[in-house]
Design a protein around this ligand. Structure first.
Ligand code: CTP
Ligand code: MG
Length: 392
């Protein structure tokens, strides 16, 4: 199994990002609150078989680097770092020397910090060929038509590949290649290895693993990945039925009580407020619009279904719930003994993690309809993240 292959990684991050411009090297620019370098490191952390990571940095960027690796990564034994060189090739060589604890046949990956979107599955695919090859690289077949400027004939794109990183090597082979390299400049390590007559295996990568190079690339990344936060609120009231009951349903839990709430569905006032809050955050109206009381299909319905429906609409838009805060307003029953159970139930219904759900209750000091015990009110606030939409 490729997952069990042991490997170490050199992440080259010592460049200045001159083609992108701006006042900060591109690997330290933040996307969704995390530096590009950290996004890259987070792909590798927790991978099966990962030994050491060495990040090659420009010492002038040390403060930014230290911030980028906090909080600590976990997974890898630890993250080493070393000083970069004037060229990418020099930086890789410094990383090789820093990992001098490795044996010749150990596998070393070299990856650009500026490619944060590589997938773990692609890295495992790359590792899996290392039983048969001494060098391999992720690569994508060229799909565009190719021509030399000014010439009429097109260039055949058969067997043409765009080379990506990570690239994988036997440590000894990569080290030897760099020791002999001389001053010639290479923009990747497979070029160097091929010149030594060693076969390089290309493993199919994906377009998603592109290198952030220009400011246009960064704009694209922001369009694809930046999210915005929205808030929705919901409020609902149900009156108590006059018929004597055993329990009242709140947040999906049947709490022992001598009065139940009246409603077309199961009258779970808290879940209705939650549903409305989710619908509100995504601009989808309210619960009555989606589940009209005039429709008998919804009679006695479990209100968990309303919440699930609203969540599906949210997920279809690529959104996620960040947190919810629900307040139940009643004199009785007492909510606090059931609060944990309610939170667990909402976890079960929504898949939202426990730490993102808060349920609280209040009385209205015997004032108003809730104070007189005529019914229960509930309100909910939901924060969501959504992919940012241009012009909307
Ligand atoms: N790199 C490096 N040391 C260098 C030059 C580049 O470690 N002396 C790293 C970059 O940080 C980047 C990767 O090599 O992660 C790929 O290089 P590139 O995309 O060219 O990045 P930069 O050199 O930073 O950008 P530019 O060429 O536009 O200045
Ligand atoms: Mg460069």
């Amino acid at each position: 199994m490729s997952e069990s292959i042991k490997f170490s990684v050199i992440i080259v991050a010592a460049g200045s990002g001159s083609r992108l411009g701006g006042n900060m090297p591109k690997q330290y620019i933040k996307i969704n609150g995390k530096t590009i370098l950290r996004h890259t490191l987070d792909v590798f952390k927790n991978m099966e078989g990962l030994q050491d990571i060495c990040v090659v940095i420009n010492p002038e960027h040390k403060t930014m680097f230290e911030k980028a690796i906090l909080p600590p990564l976990g997974g890898a034994d630890y993250v080493k770092f070393c000083k970069g060189g004037n060229t990418r090739k020099d930086s890789v060589y410094n990383g090789i020397k820093e990992l001098s604890n490795l044996k010749d046949e150990d596998i070393i990956l070299v990856h650009d910090a500026a490619r944060p979107f590589v997938k773990q599955s692609e890295i495992y695919d790359l590792l899996s060929v290392m039983q048969d090859y001494k060098a391999a690289s992720l690569a994508t077949p060229v799909v565009d038509t190719l021509r030399y400027d000014g010439e009429k004939a097109t260039v055949s794109r058969d067997n043409l590949y765009a080379i990506q990183t990570p690239q994988a090597f036997h440590y000894g082979v990569l080290k030897h290649a760099h020791e002999q390299a001389g001053d010639k400049e290479y923009t990747d390590d497979t070029s160097l290895i091929s010149e030594m007559g060693i076969d390089v295996k290309f493993v199919k990568g994906s377009k998603g693993n592109f290198k952030i190079t220009t400011s246009k690339d960064l704009t694209l990344v922001k369009r694809l990945f930046i999210t915005e936060t929205r808030t929705g609120q919901g409020f609902d009231v149900h009156r108590f039925d006059t018929v004597k009951a055993q329990s009242v349903r709140l947040c999906g839990i049947d709490i022992p009580h001598d009065k139940a709430l009246k409603g077309h569905s199961d009258a779970d006032v808290a879940l209705h407020a939650l549903t409305d809050a989710i619908l509100g955050a995504i601009g989808e109206g309210d619960i009555g619009l989606h589940f009209p009381p005039s429709n008998n299909d919804f009679k006695n319905m479990d209100s968990a279904e309303f919440v699930k429906h609203a969540l599906k609409l949210l997920h279809d838009k690529g959104g996620e719930v960040i947190n919810t805060d629900i307040t139940i307003i009643c004199e009785a029953p007492k909510i606090s003994p059931y609060r944990d159970e309610m939170v667990d139930k909402i976890v079960e219904i929504t898949g939202i993690s426990k730490t993102r759900i808060n349920i609280k209750a209040t009385t209205t000091e015997k004032l108003g309809f809730t104070g007189r015990g005529e019914g229960i009110a509930a309100q909910a606030i939901v924060n969501i993240s959504l992919p940012a939409q241009e012009n909307s």
